[in-house]
Structure formats: C-alpha cells, structure tokens
Design a protein around this ligand. Structure first.
Ligand code: ZN
Length: 366
C-alpha cells in the first residue's frame, strides 16, 4: 500500500552550486556573464523592497535589466505571481538569461515561482502540489538576506491561493535554485525580532522533522546539526555577531536541505492557518503557534520559550481570542488541509486527535 507520505523523492536534488562567505555577492557579475548568450538577454531581479535605495544595490551588476522590488507586507499569492508573469510576458522581447532573487523567503519564493512559470506557461495555481512542472525554469540565482526559512535550499516556493484557501508551493526538482550565494554581510541590517523569528523557522523545521514518522538518515543528520547551531546561537549574548550571522546562514541552508526530504509536523499547519486566515507572516506565525504546542513537542516547547525569554523577544499573544465562529471554522480548515505533515506527526488518524473543538482550543491558546 502506498502511504500518503511517499514523496517519490528517491533521488534527491540539492542546489546545483553555492558560494559561501562574506563578500561573496561580488561574484554575481561573473555568474551572470556565464549565463548570458547575447547582450539583449535581460536578467530579472527580484529584490526585497527593504533594500530600495540601499547602497548594496550599487554593488549589483544591474544594467539594462529588469528590477522588481518585492513588497514583504504580504506573502505571495498565486494571483500576484500570475500578474508579474503576465507583465513580463508582455514587456520582454527576449527570454531572460537569469532570474535573481535577493531577500528573505518571500522574495526567494517569488523568484522561484516566476522562473518556473516563464518556462512552463500556465497559471501559478496549476502547479501547486507535487511534481507538476514539466521543464526547468529560467536559470535561477538565490541570494538570501535573512536566515531561517531555508527557501534558498528547498524544492518549493510557497504561495497562498486566495480562492481555494490553499497555502502550498510548487514542489518540484525544477524549483531548486541553480546557484545560491550565501553572504552573511547581507543579514547585518535585519531587526533583532525578525532575525529571531526567522532563525526559529529553521529550528522548528528540524524539531518537527525529527519527531515525525517519515525519516531518512541524511535528513536527520541535517536536522540535528541545524538544531545544534540554533542552540549555540540563541543561547549566546549577541545573536547577530559576525560569527553568529555566518552560523545562521549555515543553519538555514542545512534546515532547508533537511525539510526538502522530509516533512514538517504540527507547528507548520497551525502556522499556515494563522497566515491564511489572519495574514500573519510565516516566521512569526510559527512562533505564535508554539504557544499551543506543549503536548506535541514538550522538550522543544520548553527550549523554544527559554530562547524567547533569554533573548527578550516579543511574541504576539491572544491573536485568536475574540474571533467570530466563521473565523474559527476557517482556521480549522486551513490547518487540517495539511494532511502530509499532520500524518507525519500524528499518524493516519490525525483527524481523531485534532478534532475541530481541539484545534479551536489550541488556536485560543495563541
Ligand atoms: Zn517554515
């Protein structure tokens, strides 16, 4: 009998190439030259709007290329991705030689999704699921400026479909970046709260993966090391020191490699519920969801809240307190839809454990 957890990934694809180290962003120019076959082929840059007007942009090899600043106010929707692709298809006379994403998970995922659609055609929602893309996207380069989500390493690009309420990515080998540049100078300017929430995404991915039933030895090794690094960083006095920012880039990447061959568990489905219904961003939503996770992950629950206390981080509270019944129904639906991670964490009978009453009770703890 095939299990719902069969991924079909027997032959794992990692990021094709990576560069690591402070200042490595200066290599981008050469990497692009390698891809460009003629002068008319543009590069499409997706840059986190945080960097608008920032001097870092002067160091990028942007000539007659297209720059799209990605607002991180909202997480990508399938509609948003479609609108970018429609616009590019109208305006571009040549196929781009590369798509570059520089930013946090939102920007990297946007770059991955657009690259895929430029080659595969169709609408973003056509590819929400597993292995639905039929060809490689435009050559994609990822430059993370925030550590934790692992978007630089994974084979997905998460998008919310407002019509179906589904928060799901294009899970495919073709979604994996062809090249990434991990330059920890780029995470210097991240506010401490954001840095913490994002870093905890890596930690949470791995505690969920290690507690699941769908495991593999390499994924476990990635997860254990990610957790080790997170422990050393988040129990230190200066989580944003040069060395700690470098360590967190490693943790984010390894955590992404782990999750690419395993599944998350209970935290992410609840977090997705918060994102879909209340618009809460992924990393902070995970931290909020941790308020209700004591019974599922008792050890990690304790450790997580000790990091929060030690670092003096604010995690929003009572976000689901005075909602109307319709909202609680939507929260339940947007959580329980994540069958794979919930089966990974709780088994095939997860709906008997996570009854509607139970799910709402957990949300009320947040
Ligand atoms: Zn995550």
């Amino acid at each position: 009998m095939t299990s719902i957890l069969d991924t079909g990934i027997n032959n794992v694809k990692n990021v094709q190439r990576y560069m690591f180290g402070r200042g490595s962003i200066s290599s981008l120019d050469d990497l692009i030259k390698d891809q460009r076959r003629n002068d008319n082929e543009p590069v499409i840059y997706f840059i986190d709007s945080f960097f608008k007007g920032n001097e870092i942009l002067n160091s990028l090899p942007i000539n007659d290329d297209k720059v799209i600043f990605v607002s991180t106010e909202n997480e990508p929707t399938t509609e948003y991705i479609d609108s970018i692709v429609d616009d590019l298809n109208k305006k571009l006379s040549e196929r781009p030689c590369a798509v570059v994403g520089m930013g946090g998970g939102i920007t990297l995922d946007t770059a991955k999704a657009v690259s895929n659609l430029l080659s595969n055609g169709g609408r973003a929602s056509d590819y929400q699921g597993w292995d639905l893309l039929s060809k490689p996207g435009v050559f994609k380069i990822g430059i993370p400026t925030l550590s934790g989500t692992g978007a630089e390493a994974t084979r997905t690009c998460v998008m919310t479909n407002k019509t179906s309420g589904l928060k799901l990515g294009m899970n495919s080998d073709y979604t994996v970046f062809d090249q990434i540049i991990m330059d920890s100078d780029l995470t210097k300017s991240v506010p401490k709260d954001q840095y913490f929430w994002s870093g905890m995404d890596a930690y949470i991915h791995c505690i969920e993966a290690l507690a699941g039933s769908y495991r593999n030895a390499i994924g476990d090794a990635y997860s254990r090391e990610t957790i080790n690094i997170c422990r050393s960083v988040f129990t230190s006095d200066d989580i944003k020191s040069d060395i700690n920012r470098e360590k967190m880039m490693v943790a984010s990447y390894l955590g992404g490699c782990s999750i690419a061959t395993s599944y998350v568990g209970v935290v992410h489905p609840f977090s997705a519920g918060l994102s879909v219904v209340l618009g809460t961003h992924h990393c902070v939503a995970n931290c909020i969801a941790m308020r209700g996770m004591e019974e599922f992950y008792p050890e990690a629950f304790k450790e997580f809240w000790s990091f929060v206390d030690f670092q003096g981080i604010e995690i929003p509270k009572d976000v689901c307190k005075n909602l109307i019944e319709e909202d609680y129904n939507s929260l339940y639906n947007a959580t329980i839809i994540h069958e794979k991670p919930l089966t990974n964490a709780l088994g095939n009978g997860f709906k008997e454990i996570l009854t509607k009453e139970k799910v709402i009770e957990i949300f009320k703890k947040m």
